[in-house]
Structure formats: structure tokens, C-alpha cells
Design a protein around this ligand. Structure first.
Ligand SMILES: NC(=O)c1ccc[n+]([C@@H]2O[C@H](COP(=O)([O-])OP(=O)(O)OC[C@H]3O[C@@H](n4cnc5c(N)ncnc54)[C@H](OP(=O)(O)O)[C@@H]3O)[C@@H](O)[C@H]2O)c1
Length: 314
């Protein structure tokens, strides 16, 4: 099959488009014909070798953990999905090897849910990793409750844009950091935008003089530091970007594949509670450009790569 792969760590230029061996389908996995795969910062961090200390790379590595597509072959012990079912997945293993930037991916059941019917494949591909992160942090870790005020960093980004919508759905008032050009976007998601950088603390205090009940840090560094001072008494703090969060009394979190959470998220998308904003799509062959663009750190919503099956079949 055709796929994007890299055989050594490095910049976007190590990504090559070409033939790789077909995936094998385990007993409790399904073979998914990939329609779209979203880009996440972890993809280029892994490609650069930043995760070397935690995740083993089995080269050549096919990048990508997010997918939307169609089941073409269920594993021998699978009764949950049939051929033709449309699915989404956060296809993360405990090592880097066979990702979603490919024509096909073998996805274990624990990574899958049904695709929301009202979302395009491109939109649906942007939901799993970013959406699960927002869902698990807000609901399971921060336990956001109705009437609370929360602060979400990088509110216009992949995780942040979904966290704002989920926070609003949970009945919270959501303050979200973003640059000026994204303020209208954050407002449309239901959040109250504040500009990040110097003076962030004062701007948040102007909106929430008593401080905020919970902070979802997706940026780390100065944003984390400023956040710790903005917490109301008993306020909760979780970071997905900076392990130093423990020094501020908070917890670090890393998103987990969870089929029940993912199905719930898919249902919320189908109910119109959360939507995915796709800012840019690239054909699979141009995955390196998709990585480059995300690596600039200014993505609004999600960047997605697509497999053009019509062209393949022509
Ligand atoms: N631990 C985990 O489980 C986990 C899971 C998912 C993601 N992450 C990490 O969380 C981070 C965010 O992920 P993502 O997918 O949301 O990234 P993303 O979509 O690439 O984020 C891009 C957004 O970040 C905003 N931004 C950049 N610098 C900012 C700053 N200093 N303050 C506030 N906003 C800023 C940009 O907004 P403007 O254009 O308005 O500046 C842009 O909208 C990444 O580091 C990623 O690796 C961790």
C-alpha cells in the first residue's frame, strides 16, 4: 500500500511517500481504509525524535494517530464492526510504527468508535485525539461542573477549540486564550477570548476577579506559570504540555485510547454539541507540508490529510 513514512528522525523532509508493506490485522483489530487523517503536534514531535525517551520507534515509521475511514476487514474475533462501517480512531500503540498516514491502518478495537454521521470524513478525522484529550481532561480529570469558570489555553487550537465547546456543554463559563485574529472564532465556539502573553493574568482577572475554578493548560511555560496564580481556592490545574505542572499543584495528563469515551464524543458531535473546524486539507502525498504548517504553532482547529481513492481507482 501507499503511505507516508520516515526511516530516521528529522525535519519534515524525512517524510517520504511510497510503498510500505500491508498491515496485518490482529484478531481484535479491523482493517480501516483511510479516508482522512488529522495532524497533531505529537506527530511532528515524534518525527523529530522528541519522544525517543518514552516511545520506541520501529523504522520505517508511518506517522499519524488520528483516522476516519471505512472498515474493509474485521479481525477474526471482531463482532463489533462489519465491512462498510464508517469509523473514527485514535490509533495509538505504545511504540511508533504503523500510523494512519497511509491507505490502510489496522486499528485495534480499543482505539475505535463509529463515525458521527453528520461530519465529513475530514472533520471526523480531527475529532479523536484532540477531542478525547479535551473530553478526558475536562470530564475525568478536572471534573468541570455547571456554573464554574474555567480557563482553556490555546482555545483556537485543535484541543482548545474542542475543550471550549465541551466546557460550555458542561455548563461552565469558558475563558480561552488566543491571539486577536482568533477572538471571533473563540466567541463562535462559546468562549470568552483573552489575548495571551504579558498581562494575561490581569486580563483574566478582569473577567474573573475571584479567579478560575479550573485551568486546562495546553501550552506550558509562562502560560502555566500565569495560570497557577489565577486559580481560585481549591482550583484545579491540569497540563497536557508541561510536566512542571506538578510544581504548581497540578497534574500532567496524556490522552488514552478509550472506545467508550470516543463513542460518547462521536455522539456529542452527532448531537451538534461539538464541531470540528478544519482549517486546511492536504492530499496524503503532501503530508510534509501539513506537518510544516502545524509545526508553526498557529493552527486554527485541525489540519487534515486525505487519501484520494477516486484518483487511485481511475
Ligand atoms: N498530553 C496529551 O495527551 C496531549 C494531547 C494533545 C495535545 N497535546 C499537546 O498540547 C499542545 C496543543 O495541542 P493542539 O493539538 O491543540 O495544538 P495546535 O492545534 O497545533 O495549537 C495551535 C494553537 O495554539 C495557539 N497558541 C500558540 N501559542 C500560544 C500561546 N502561547 N498561548 C495560547 N495559545 C497559543 C494558536 O493560537 P493563535 O494562532 O491564536 O496564537 C493556535 O490556534 C501541543 O503541545 C500538543 O503536543 C498533548
Amino acid at each position: 500500500m501507499k503511505a507516508i513514512s520516515y526511516s530516521r528522525y528529522g525535519g519534515p523532509e524525512v517524510l517520504a511517500f511510497g510503498e510500505v508493506r500491508d498491515p496485518k490485522v490482529g484478531p481484535d483489530a479491523v482493517l480501516v481504509k483511510v479516508r482522512a487523517a488529522a495532524v497533531n503536534p505529537v506527530d511532528w514531535k515524534a518525527r523529530e525524535g522528541y519522544l525517543e525517551g518514552t516511545l520506541e520507534a520501529v523504522f520505517p515509521v508511518v506517522p499519524g494517530w488520528d483516522v476516519s475511514g471505512v472498515v474493509v476487514r474485521p479481525g477474526v474475533a471482531v463482532s463489533e464492526f462489519d465491512v462498510g462501517d464508517e469509523v473514527i480512531g485514535y490509533v495509538r500503540e505504545d511504540f511508533l510504527s504503523r500510523g494512519t498516514f497511509a491507505e490502510y491502518v489496522a486499528a485495534p478495537l480499543r482505539t475505535l468508535a463509529r463515525k458521527p454521521r453528520n461530519l465529513s470524513f475530514e472533520e471526523a478525522a480531527g475529532l479523536p485525539l484532540a477531542g478525547l484529550t479535551a473530553y478526558q481532561v475536562l470530564i475525568k480529570r478536572l471534573r468541570v461542573r455547571r456554573g464554574e469558570t474555567i480557563l482553556v489555553h490555546a482555545a483556537a487550537g485543535g484541543v482548545g477549540s474542542l475543550a471550549v465547546q465541551l466546557g460550555v456543554h458542561l455548563g461552565a463559563r469558558v475563558i480561552g486564550t488566543a491571539s486577536e485574529s482568533n477572538h471571533d472564532f473563540v466567541r463562535r465556539l462559546g468562549g470568552e477570548p483573552v489575548t495571551y502573553g504579558d498581562g494575561l493574568g490581569d486580563r483574566v482577572r478582569a473577567l474573573a476577579p475571584q479567579g478560575v475554578d479550573a485551568v486546562f493548560d495546553t501550552v506550558g511555560g509562562d502560560a502555566l506559570k500565569a495560570s497557577a496564580n489565577l486559580l481560585a481556592p481549591e482550583g484545579r490545574l491540569v497540563s497536557i504540555a508541561d510536566g512542571d505542572v506538578v510544581n504548581y499543584g497540578g497534574r500532567y495528563y496524556f490522552v488514552r485510547p478509550d472506545p467508550e469515551d470516543l463513542q460518547r464524543l462521536s455522539d456529542l458531535a452527532e448531537e451538534g454539541v461539538v464541531s470540528v473546524h478544519v482549517s486546511e486539507t492536504f492530499p496524503l502525498e503532501r503530508a510534509a507540508d501539513a506537518h510544516r504548517l502545524n509545526q508553526e504553532g498557529r493552527t486554527r482547529g485541525k489540519i487534515v490529510v486525505t487519501v484520494d481513492w477516486e484518483q487511485e481507482n481511475a
